[in-house]
Design a protein around this ligand. Structure first.
Ligand code: 4NP
Length: 153
């Protein structure tokens, strides 16, 4: 069982979608028993809230439900999870700065590390923009979810 957590800033747009898409694709492959999935955010501003309505609506258009409830990352996450995916550089640096050991640091991976078009790029934050930003982020996250599932399975 691999324990995987996706981390963004608010845990209402990018990381809940990454969690939902990862779940969708591992279920499609019948591999759901091999993973424990979660997501969280670094800022805690939306603690207890559902994912952003625009994220949920856009994902539903593609047949994906995004049921997660926002929570802030906690120190114990860095011990509990095996892989900690970060959605952008700012989140990446923030999570790295929480680490107390090299072992914890080694778990933290930029989600677009192996992106086919733009390796190492950030997943852009769609929160301040329009609907097209949510659609773009959906495709970025979908592609990279499939890349990681192929690497991890
Ligand atoms: P997310 O998007 O990090 O992808 O969940 C954001 C949502 C809310 C805020 C920032 C980013 N916010 O500042 O409230």
């Amino acid at each position: 069982m691999q324990k995987v957590v996706f981390v963004c800033l608010g845990n209402i747009c990018r990381s809940p979608l990454a969690e939902a898409l990862f779940k969708h694709f591992i279920e499609e492959k019948g591999l759901q028993n091999q993973f424990y999935l979660d997501s969280c955010g670094t800022n805690g501003l939306h603690d207890g809230e559902s994912a952003d309505l625009r994220t949920r609506r856009n994902a539903e258009k593609h047949g994906i439900q995004v049921p997660s409830i926002s929570r802030r990352i906690k120190l114990e996450d860095l011990d509990f999870f095996d892989i900690v995916f970060t959605m952008d550089q700012s989140v990446h640096q923030q999570v790295l700065s929480m680490c107390k050991s090299e072992e914890q640091k080694s778990k933290i991976r930029l989600f677009r590390e192996f992106d086919h078009n733009n390796p190492g790029a950030e997943v852009p934050d769609p929160w301040y923009g329009g609907e097209e930003g949510f659609e773009e982020v959906f495709h970025i996250i979908k592609e990279n979810t499939e890349i990681w599932i192929n690497r991890l399975c």
